[in-house]
Design a binder for this molecule. Structure first.
Ligand SMILES: Cc1ncc(COP(=O)(O)O)c(C=O)c1O
Length: 418
């Protein structure tokens, strides 16, 4: 039987949520920049450093423990993305993985080739491809978004693609607008012209179940520190792409995955922590999503996301109706309560007569954590004219935030609006 989402139990899974400063609770609304870490993640990383402190692949106990972490962490990431374990690459972060793969993918680009980037993406999914294109005299085309709907101009997609298109890079959820994009549609269009499709799933992974098979992409990346884990990233690299790409690698390293695309010694502790973060979703799924505790990991994960989405939708509704009541606020993203399935709970807004840095300072003074600026969302902030100058306030809700915290945030914003 499905138990209702017990926010007290969920919050107890995150030790940092209990921290106070001079008796004042910490209220974390900075999740789009980085989430708090689940306690099981901390335990797993400590265990890895205690029991598996060796290179993997050896005959002795600690080395075998490191090998077991690598196997389990790749299987876990595969369950998160719905792919095979040998289609997973661990890396330091999404930006460095995209730079590494941009170098490999662009090796055979020629002058006159074309790529398609978007005006909505975080710069991690723009600059690596933009700079590779400049090196190879490749033409860059841009998928724009509509300032009324905050959605891509999908009607223009086909016109951007052609026989010379080599790559399309698109974000699944915007770290600025919060929009969830129809990446399956974009990837299908890319595939139809033989182009490689790359999906940035950094902002979607904490909120919705990712399915690379349904998306139909060639690469997809997410950062574990945005989904309750450590500073690490996981990349889906389809077997077809693996066969096409020629990695730079040291001569002694083996051709087999995951070593083929992972130069050097990986962070075993980060892999252990990432697996534990993935298991957090599975825990939610069996505790609140109706999945059996012995159901396959993927099934528990997707049940976890069902529970998270339902809970976060209620929080979004609460936040948006409160925000709408504060005079002078302009929300830069979907605000319609009937369209919440098209967004993640990341809200960027400006307030008439109040600079964003002053607002987040006012929040910080109340021990409420949020960001001001443009968050490396170079293109979308540029479209709105909010890149240069004080920028906008960004508030992110997570499944560990309570309705009481949202009430406190809204009260603080109303005070600061003055
Ligand atoms: C949508 C999106 N893509 C990419 C990144 C960059 O991720 P990383 O810090 O792991 O390189 C971020 C970080 O904020 C992001 O929000």
């Amino acid at each position: 039987m499905t138990q209702t989402f017990d926010i007290t139990a969920v919050r107890a899974a995150f030790p940092a949520l209990a921290l106070t400063d001079a008796g004042q609770p910490r209220r974390y609304f900075d999740a789009p920049a980085g989430t708090q870490v689940a306690g099981r993640v901390m335990d797993a990383m400590r265990d890895a450093m205690l029991h598996a402190c060796a290179n993997d692949g050896g005959a002795f106990r600690t080395s075998q423990a490191a090998s077991a972490i690598v196997d389990a962490a790749h299987a876990g990431a595969a369950a998160l993305f719905n792919c095979a374990a040998d289609e997973i690459v661990y890396g330091l972060n999404t930006t460095s993985l995209f730079y590494a793969f941009a170098a490999m993918i662009s090796r055979d680009w020629a002058p006159g080739d074309e790529i398609v980037l978007t005006r909505m993406d975080h710069d991690a999914n723009v600059s690596p491809w933009l700079q590779a294109a400049a090196d190879r005299q490749v033409t860059v085309k841009w998928l724009e978004w509509d300032k009324e709907t905050f959605e891509f101009r999908y009607d223009r997609l086909d016109a951007l693609l052609g026989p010379r298109t080599r790559l399309v890079a698109v974000g699944q959820a915007s770290n600025y607008l919060g929009t969830i994009n129809d990446v399956a549609r974009v990837c299908a269009a890319a595939r139809a012209v033989g182009a490689i499709s790359v999906v940035d799933a950094v902002q979607s992974t904490p909120h919705i179940a990712i399915d690379v098979q349904a998306i139909g992409c060639d690469l997809l990346c997410a950062s574990a520190y945005k989904f309750f884990g450590p500073h690490a990233a996981i990349l889906y690299l389809s077997r077809a792409m693996q066969a096409r790409l020629r990695p730079w690698k040291v001569r002694p390293s083996v051709e087999a995955m995951p070593t083929r695309f992972s130069p050097g010694t990986p962070s075993f502790e980060a892999q252990a922590g990432t697996l534990a973060a993935i298991e957090h979703f599975a825990w939610i799924g069996s505790r609140f999503g109706g999945a059996a505790v012995d159901a396959p990991l993927r099934q528990r994960i997707t049940a976890g996301f069902d529970a998270i989405t339902t809970y976060e939708t209620d929080l979004m509704r609460q936040f948006l109706s409160g925000l709408a009541a504060i005079p002078g606020v302009t929300l830069h993203g979907i605000g319609n309560a009937n369209r919440l399935a098209s967004r993640v709970p990341t809200f960027t807004f400006t307030m008439a007569g109040r600079d964003a840095p002053a607002i987040v300072q006012g929040l910080a003074d109340r021990n409420i954590f949020a960001w001001a600026g443009y968050y490396y969302a170079w293109e979308p902030a540029g479209v709105l004219g909010l890149r240069d100058g004080p920028g906008a306030v960004r508030v992110g809700l997570s499944h560990y935030n309570s309705a009481d915290e949202v009430t406190a945030l809204l009260a603080a914003l109303a005070e600061l609006a003055g």
